[in-house]
Each structure stands twice: as C-alpha cells, then as structure tokens.
Design a protein. Structure first.
Length: 321
C-alpha cells in the first residue's frame, strides 16, 4: 500500500466543495492508498531525522463533518512513500523553514512534491518573468519614480505585492489617480519592499485563466475565472466565477515555453495564470481549480496526478498503488 503524507492546512478550514487537496485525498483513497494528515507545525528535526506528528485521514464529502482523523502517531517523514506539500501561503519564514526540513526528507529518498528547493526559489510572480516572451510589459521595483514612469508609459497598469494570493492587494491604476501615492506607499511599505507593476490587460473581463500542468503537460481545459460585476480581479476568492474552456493555441504555446523549466526544477504540479495572450503568474505552492474543472469537464485531475507520481515510485510500491 502506498503511504502518502500531505502537509496541508487544518482540515477544518478547507472548503468542502472547492478545495483541491480534498480531491487529492479522495483520489488516493480510491487507489487504496493510506493518506496521512500533517500540519506544518507538526514537523520537526530530531537528531538527524525529520519527524512529524501525523494522523490517518479519510474524506466523505457527503458526511458531516466530511473528514475522519485517526490517532496521532510520531513517525519519520522519510518512512512515507511520498509527501505532497499543499500548505497554502503566506510564504513566510515558517514556510521557508519547512522547505529546508522537507529537503532533508527528499535527500533521504522520499519524493516531495513540489520539490522543496523550487518552492523557495520560484516566487509565483517573479518566476513568470523568466519567460518575457510570454508575459506583458512589467517592472519590479520599490521606487515611486520608476512606478510613475512605467504608469506614464503604459497609461493603465496593475500594481500588486510579490507575495499576495487570492487577489489580495491588487490595484488597477490610471494616470491622474488621486490615490496613486498612497497605493505605492502602502504596497512598497514606504519604499522598503519590492512590488510588481504590469500593463493592464483588458481581456481580464473575459477571465483570468488557470491552466493546470502535470509534469509539463497541461490539462486540456482551463478554468476562466471571470470577475464579478465592478471588479477587475478574476480570483475565485475575490468573487469571480469559474468557467471551463478548451485551451487555445496560444495557451498551449505558453505551456510549451514553460514546461522544460518546470520539469528541470521538479515542479510536478503547477497552475499557470493566463490573461488574454499573456502569462501573469506560475503558481507552485498550492495550485487550485481541480474540483471546478473535474465537475465541468468530467476529468479526474487529482487521479491523473497521483498516477503520474506513482509511476516514479519503486516498483514494489507502485505495484501496490
């Protein structure tokens, strides 16, 4: 039996109908895997072994509550067959320290998905800038004068923090905006913190597409997250609605440009954010939208992911999966 550990947020905080981690747990259960529930704070180093307090978890989405947890056990993470890192941001120092510990688990021979070093190295907004041919004009700076110059050149921009998620603290700014100074001061913490400014992409009105990618291969449908009335953000957390759409030729081209770097860095499961013809982010920490795409398109994305990951396990483990 494959023994899968999932480092995740408290199950009590997960959304019954939307959370992608729940799709992964139920897909693992359908395959007869044992699934271990691990909280970030329950991982620690003892001597030369990374240990965790873990509990068996089972999900029944029709029950109340929809989870069942077993007794707590203290075990080495390296005794598991595989570990999924599914802890949501914030990407803070505690998250970074967790990746150092998970890197030791990986070194001991247990695969960790996504690769801990890449979780540290690949900021979800800055990583996308490594593919300038795919993205819109942008600037990353803490200087107000640079931001004002960029706004003057492009006339319509979005300013956002580098560590945000769910559409938080994203500002749509135009020349003459009387709040421009306070927006820049707030986002840059008065010039002490780098932020990103991107040329505004008007196609956001038609949806901010999430493309899920498994080992460099895109799922054939994207989830277009369409902003609510009066909004410029398509994030589901900001009130957007999700609509599945087949990938366009441009979507597939973007995926092809990014895929080699994903494979090289051990980023087995990521979410590309595409607005119009432009790549805007590469989500590596905890990509979502599995449940919406599965429901609308008859897919089993979590199952496909686990099957792909299982194919890399030692033959005696994979055979029992």
């Amino acid at each position: 039996m494959t023994d899968l550990g999932i480092v995740m947020d408290p199950v009590t905080t997960l959304h019954r109908k939307k959370d992608s981690t729940l799709a992964m747990i139920t897909a693992a259960e359908r395959r007869g895997w044992r699934v271990r529930y691990i909280l970030q704070g329950d991982i620690h180093l003892a001597g030369n072994r990374v240990m965790a307090f873990m509990r068996d978890i089972s999900i029944d989405l029709d029950a109340e509550p929809f989870w069942t947890l077993g007794e707590t056990q203290l075990e080495p993470l390296s005794d598991l067959d595989m570990v999924l890192m599914r802890k949501d941001p914030p990407f803070d120092l505690e998250y970074v320290y967790s990746t150092y510990l998970l890197e030791q688990v990986e070194a001991a021979g247990t695969p960790v998905v996504n690769r801990p070093q890449s979780l540290r190295d690949c900021n979800e907004k800055l990583f996308a800038t490594r593919f300038p041919e795919c993205g819109p004009p942008l600037v990353v700076t803490r200087r107000a004068d640079v931001l004002r110059t960029f706004l003057g050149e492009h006339g319509d921009v979005v300013m956002k923090p580098l560590d945000g998620m769910g559409g938080a603290s994203i500002f749509h700014v135009r020349p003459g905006d009387t709040n421009l100074s306070v927006i820049m001061e707030t986002l840059t913490n008065h010039g002490r913190q780098l932020i990103m400014a991107q040329r505004y992409i008007p196609e956001i009105a038609d949806g901010d597409k999430r493309i899920l990618v498994i080992d460099g291969e895109p799922v054939p449908f994207a989830l277009a997250r369409i902003p609510a009335s009066g909004e410029t953000r398509g994030n589901l957390a900001a009130g957007g609605r999700g609509e599945a759409r087949p990938l366009t030729d441009r979507d597939r081209w973007i995926c092809a440009q990014v895929a080699p770097a994903l494979r090289q860095r051990g980023l087995r499961f990521v979410g590309l954010d595409v607005i119009g013809d432009y790549l805007t982010e590469i989500n590596v920490t905890c990509p979502t939208c599995i449940r919406e795409l599965d429901a609308q398109c008859g897919l089993d994305i979590a199952g496909d992911l686990l099957d792909r990951l299982a194919s890399d396990l030692p033959s005696q483990v994979a055979a029992s999966a």
